[in-house]
Design a protein around this ligand. Sequence first.
Ligand code: SF4
Length: 171
Amino acid sequence: MELNYAKIKTNCTSNGIGIRVALFVSGCPFHCKNCSNPESWNPNYGKTFTSEVKEKLFKELEKTYYRGLTLLGGSPLASYNIEETTQLAREFKQRFSDEKDLWIYTGYSFEDVINFEILNYTDILVDGLYVDELYSPKLRFRGSSNQSIIDVKESLKQNKKILAKQYYESE
Ligand code: SF4
């Protein structure tokens, strides 16, 4: 299935460290209470992520001040999106190597997706469903306190969830 997206946010500073490009993909199976993007639950919402759009996104990311790319939504790891998002992540790493990082937000838990190929190209995974009762405006890079900010490389090395503690500091 083709990948659709709701929006591409340039100069984004709220979904990951530094200045980033954020791609909000369409489609989410979780339907959390008070989700901030309910329009993106429908996988057909928004526009098609064509190769032209992808090129534009990479071109934007070439600007030196960008720290990296964030995939969120919606659900980048949903079954109907995973093939396309994996391809995008693979190309992102081929193009930018470790000069820029990849953050992914997912409603799945790390344990659910530990064997997904896309994790090989991911630096940080913010996992877990948004739980409205656990929301706090003080949380950095997360909506609710049950969600974890995970150092993916270290977690894959140790085969268990390792938190990226440096991103919790200012909470
Ligand atoms: S996982 Fe995220 S996008 Fe999906 S319903 Fe929950 S808050 Fe919304």
